[in-house]
Write a protein that binds this ligand. Sequence first.
Ligand code: ADP
Length: 485
Amino acid sequence: MKVLIASSEIVPFAKTGGLADVTGALSKALRRIGVEADCVLPLYRSVDRGRFPMQPAGTPVRVPLGHREEAGAVEETDAGGGVRAFLVRNDRYFDREFLYGTRDGDYADNCERFTFFCRAVMEWLVRTGRKYDILHCNDWQTALIPAYTKTLYSREEAIRSAATVFTIHNLGYQGLFWNHDLPLTGLGWELFTPQGLEFYGKLNLMKAGLVFADILSTVSPTYSREIQTPEYGHGLEGVLYERREDLYGIINGIDDDEWNPSTDRLIAAPFSREDRSGKEACRADLLAEFGWRGPVAEPVIGMVGRLTAQKGLDLLSEIGEWLARQPVRVVLLGFGERAYEESMAILGAKYPDRISVRLAYDERIAHKIEAGADIFLMPSRYEPCGLNQIYSLKYGTVPIVRRTGGLADTVIDADEDPQRGTGFVFAGYDAGELSDAVSRAIAAYADRARWNGIVRRAMEMDFSWAPSAREYAALYEKALRKRGR
Ligand code: ADP
């Protein structure tokens, strides 16, 4: 079976979040179980062309965009693990400092940029005659591909028999644009209805995937159910409920090459389930990195992530003063909305002995936190899957999470289930419940034998990609059957 994974970001080429980790690791994991997976993404400025030499993949394409045409080229390189990566080039759209926008907001032409990307992929498939059994699209940036497959390109030889799978990595980002952008896509106004791409008068690109793909999936079983409800559906719960028979939840695995405490070169000392002694050196190194010297007896709480409401930053702000009075050290690495950056920086400046904040995107420090912290905090309002809590489990850093989405599917509360517990879980999106969970973790940390048991069980969990890749392969089979193949 041949699969093309389309995504706006894929490790090791371009990354702003979990989407890139997942699409990068999934394509390799599929290859390992015998599925011929390739991937396609835009050729951004940030792609390292020294490390990944590019070659043309076919002749340039002309991409219709509204009433005009835009030139594009597809280049190819080796992504490792047997995966070919195809990168769609148009320097006007993708040779920019960032992927989606600056700190002050999204690029104004994002609809045009990703419409171009989707249609360039279609044109390239048609021109080169490359055939894939499955086009696996991810999030709104690639959602037009399933729509094109069923409409403008449905008769093309290269496309006709392809089945489409659309994976939702985060329903909070839907690609909402004003209705005047519809003609850019080349799709007709007859699709601009509530059953189609319209969303309260606007153009919703995510809906193109939700409506047209043969099979839908999201990145955890709990999130696949949550998004059919008003609380988590971001207004799309109705569409998702209608398609519930075709909607599946598959938890993300993690990339063992990047996140493995026994081989991680970004951390001070390796350690493993069998021999955790290196974690102590990682802890001292982390404390030094955040400006603290000398022995620290209290637990170190780490946090890494985008500073947005989704990640529970308002809850954290609410308990900030309380947290600073607890016997803990808090290290926070994040980058995101200005208001949260400011409130976290203020907290750090006010309590330098307790809270240390680094406003940056820095993989090296993210690894140091996962390895060196005792506790990892992730009080998300919603979390489709979440990777950081999984990295934490693997690095023996006990997670405190809210019971939502993938967090609910991966962490077991150690008070509720002392035999199996791997972390601390609170249910309501409520500052009191969060501070209670933090207190429970601090109390557990004081009991060394109990704590060691929690850490050991966390590190024993298996989040390798192979089982999830097999579930995706089964979804692809389902999608093919839906196409009568
Ligand atoms: P999301 O995709 O919603 O941002 P995930 O937990 O699924 O959240 O994935 C986040 C990924 O991005 C992880 O690999 C995490 O380490 C990384 N990450 C997020 N923020 C930062 C940061 N400030 N510095 C380094 N890595 C970060």
